[in-house]
Design a protein around this ligand. Structure first.
Ligand code: URP
Ligand code: ZN
Ligand code: ZN
Ligand code: ZN
Length: 464
């Protein structure tokens, strides 16, 4: 038994001074500050700290193979970095290789998830529809895999056509699940790439023109129409522009259950990175947008239109990023970010822009838990929740340096950035794993989490 004493508890809907009693891996009680507890309870001093539910990263690729490249981390490495960054649950993807079935991809990815320091869940992925797909989705739903990733781009790899998207939406809706979708119009992207190759250039410095904002909004509009036709819930991953977010918000006002995820790099970094040194290190899809677009997107953290913040963690190193930096069509897309997701958002938006700490918890922990069928086991510190807890020093100033991070790569897109606030002590299942910034318990306790059916009833009831 432990008591976390003297801190400020931050939940998504309130914050205030409180002590937290935990036992057997779970939260037992939220207590008035200084309340009597069993004298045998170990005291964890949280004076001056924010006591938050550990982060839930809804978008994290672990050892992800795309084209000729595989991102570099194992579950152990990814979850170690996650925990150092205050995240105690990751949701990974089982993305089939060409010709592989969704179920086979899920079983293969599950087998890798044996040595995590924290719990994980999995998104399935459908690329092609055939007469076995519905049964495969039902089997995975039974096994607690209910969210299904789809792509409107990456033709020849993971792109699904509209028939497949519609059928998958129908089926996941009836299984208590939800399609989560990467939206960029493949036609617009392909044409923009061809034009860029013939004119401005197709190297990493020209990333922006190869995937314009209109490619994203076009695909979001098309997918919303399919979801509305089926009254199916839908979650848009890594929305990078205010215009895309607003299309989803409008659909919500018409009654559709639709969610927006943004990822940390689109809320912090801008396309000036493509004009600097090593532009390839910033190549991701959708690409980083203009500084004005980042500002507009960030406003939707305050309007409420953004539901969750993920990392879209993809742990490539500089050598992998450099191989085809002369041609973005062949580059590995994605940025390492599972460890930095929470600190960069906390610093930029809570410390520098008055986002409340409660809204921060909602965006980075509570809502990701809800949209993945993991709430209230994750995403809160109410009694019975798992005792996955991050103690934050909200005032500490520090400078991001790749040498002090734990991700299995040799760079971070935030190198040299000065931040305010950091998770200093992190508990997983009631055990202190990171204490004062040091790993003190590397026991692989990570479990595969079963997602509960999402409570959207016909697409039109509970919204997070
Ligand atoms: O650039 C990205 N986002 N890479 C990872 C795969 C995906 O599209 O999410
Ligand atoms: Zn994507
Ligand atoms: Zn992704
Ligand atoms: Zn090349």
């Amino acid at each position: 038994m432990k008591v976390i004493r003297g801190g400020t508890l931050v939940e998504s809907n309130w914050q205030g001074p409180a002590d937290l009693l935990i036992d057997d891996g779970r939260v037992v009680a939220v207590l008035a500050p200084g309340a009597d507890v069993d004298p045998a309870a170990e005291v964890v001093d949280a004076t001056g700290k924010l006591v938050m539910p550990g982060g839930v990263d809804p978008h994290c690729h672990v050892g992800f193979t795309s084209g000729e490249f595989t991102s570099l981390d194992s579950y152990r490495e990814c979850t170690t970095a996650a925990v150092f960054g205050g995240t105690t649950t990751i949701v990974d993807f089982a993305i089939p290789r060409p010709g592989q079935s969704p179920l086979d991809a899920a079983e293969q990815q599950r087998q890798k998830a044996t040595d995590g320091l924290c719990d994980s869940a999995l998104h399935a992925c459908v690329v092609d529809w055939d007469d076995t797909t519905a049964d495969q989705l039902a089997t995975m739903a039974q096994d607690g895999i209910r969210t299904v990733k789809m792509f409107t781009t990456y033709a020849g790899e993971t792109m699904a056509n509209e028939h497949t998207i519609l059928k998958t939406m129908q089926t996941t809706r009836d299984l208590g699940g939800m399609v989560i979708i990467h939206c960029e119009s493949d036609a617009i992207v392909t044409d923009s790439q061809t034009t860029a190759a013939a004119t401005a250039g197709i190297d990493a410095a020209h990333m922006s023109v190869t995937r314009p904002e209109i490619a994203e909004t076009a695909a979001v509009a098309a997918i919303l129409a399919i979801a509305e036709s089926q009254d199916a819930p839908v979650y848009f991953v890594h929305q990078s522009t205010a215009a895309a977010v607003e299309l989803v918000a409008d659909a919500r006002t018409r009654g559709l259950v639709a969610f927006t995820e943004s990822v940390a790099h689109h809320l912090i970094l801008d396309d000036s990175a493509y004009g600097g040194e090593n532009p390839e290190r910033f190549v991701c899809c959708p690409p980083l947008r203009s500084a004005d677009a980042v500002e507009e997107l960030g406003q939707h953290l305050f309007t409420g239109h953004i539901t969750t913040i993920g990392s879209d963690h993809c742990c490539y190193d500089t050598a992998q990023k450099e191989v085809h930096s002369h041609d973005v069509r062949h580059m590995p897309n994605g940025l390492p970010g599972v460890e930095t997701r929470l600190p960069v958002i906390f610093s930029r938006y809570v410390r520098d822009s008055n986002l409340t700490a409660s809204r921060f918890v909602e965006l980075t922990s509570t809502n990701p838990a809800k949209t993945n069928g993991l709430f209230p086991r994750k995403g809160t510190l109410m009694p019975c929740a798992d005792a996955d807890i991050a103690l934050w020093d909200p005032d500490v100033e520090w400078t991001v340096d790749v040498d002090a991070l734990h991700m299995a790569t040799d760079y971070t897109p935030y190198q040299g950035m000065t931040l305010r606030g950091k998770p200093v002590t992190v508990l997983v299942g009631g055990k202190i794993v990171v204490q004062d910034g040091e790993l003190v318990d590397g026991t692989p306790r990570g479990r595969h989490l079963q997602a509960a059916p999402l409570d959207f009833e016909g697409g039109r009831r509970t919204q997070v």
